[in-house]
Write a protein that binds this ligand. Sequence first.
Ligand code: AMP
Ligand code: GLY
Length: 431
Amino acid sequence: MNDKLKIAVIGSGGREHAIIRKLKNCERVLSITAIPGNGGIKEDVPCVDIEAGDVFAVTQYCKDAKIDYVVVTPDDPLALGMVDALAAAGIQSFGPVKAAAKLESSKIFAKNLMKKYNIPTADYHVFTESSGAIKYARECFTSGKKALVVKADGLALGKGVTVCFSLKDTEAALHAAMDEKQFGASGEKVVIEEYLTGPEVSVLTFCDGRVIVPMLSGMDHKRARDNDEGPNTGGMGCIAPNPFYTPEIAEICMKTIFIPTVEAARKEAAPFKGCLYFGLMLTESGPKVIEYNCRFGDPETQTILPLLETDLLSIMLACSDGSLKADMVRFKNEASACIVAASEGYPASYRTGCHISGIEAARSVDNVEVYCAGVKQENGALISSGGRVLCVSASAPSLEQALQKAYRGIEAINFENKYFRTDIGRQALRS
Ligand code: AMP
Ligand code: GLY
């Protein structure tokens, strides 16, 4: 048997571009195909134009093309059972089966699991009708609560969470989700959560169903504008490691959150194999889970993977076949920063179709990488086609140096309506 593998990576974002650029250097890779990829990814590997969420078509393609191993990255195909479908077709993949992906695809499932296994998280109530939810919210604000968090049960393109600082805002969020069906069936049931405060940390981990190995911690910047103003986005930049996530806190998280979650998933759903992402808040009463994601984060992946020293494909294969060991995962003892260049107006309305230049100039700086997201090719030119267009990642011995390089890289890139936050990493530097 050929020891080298034909790989397919499912997805079309900057995260997938970072995974592909890392996999390209792995020993056992014979070829990589992106499904569907994007215009920037196409400069690295062939792209096949099948929608990431089309489980049937992707599985059929992988069978026909004799793909050996599939990296399923986005939440939708995971929730739809792409890993299960590929397994039924005899193809191994990186990612959880549908039952384990429920940790992300149902907030109610995740919250109930945390409660049952005493995994620290915000207090919560589940509602299936807006009248009951509004009655509860009124009681909370009357009794002096300052804020509540409304979460749609299902996947909602990252928009299903609303932090509400008044009864009026809470009512509006509940009506939109439950009565007006803003998120379709995903919002028919909601969780109302206690509002927590503290620094946020993203911890992505590799998991083989039993063994869980954390990657470097990260700090995402979710709001659109500087000083954490503006609406929530998919993420406008990230730094790693996160200075708030000390070794002591990491040890607490391993004992009280990571290991119990893996055990709970195995007992309540299915062994979790893949990347399990913990969105944590470091509250005064200890670290608590804000959310689980069953996949690599974006832009965390573009920030963290450049520092991975060991072989990504070997780690992924070990996750899939249950042979993961802690020493397979080793990172450079450096800092990394990633700045997202978006189209002005994102996440609401924004222009697309703008010509992009300067990517090679940015990449010419040592340890600077450019990963494309909302980018397509037209007559050989790169054109913006989405809200988050691309990101620039840089690593260096210190966070300050990494940030300087990443900002130099983003300045080298040009497209009309380019917008980026100018304060990525500022809170981390101040700490
Ligand atoms: P998510 O879409 O689940 O990533 O949540 C978006 C953001 O909402 C998180 O990054 C937090 O900043 C905020 N958030 C979610 N849950 C809570 C909570 N219980 N208390 C305070 N903020 C929260
Ligand atoms: N950066 C947040 C996420 O990937 O969900």
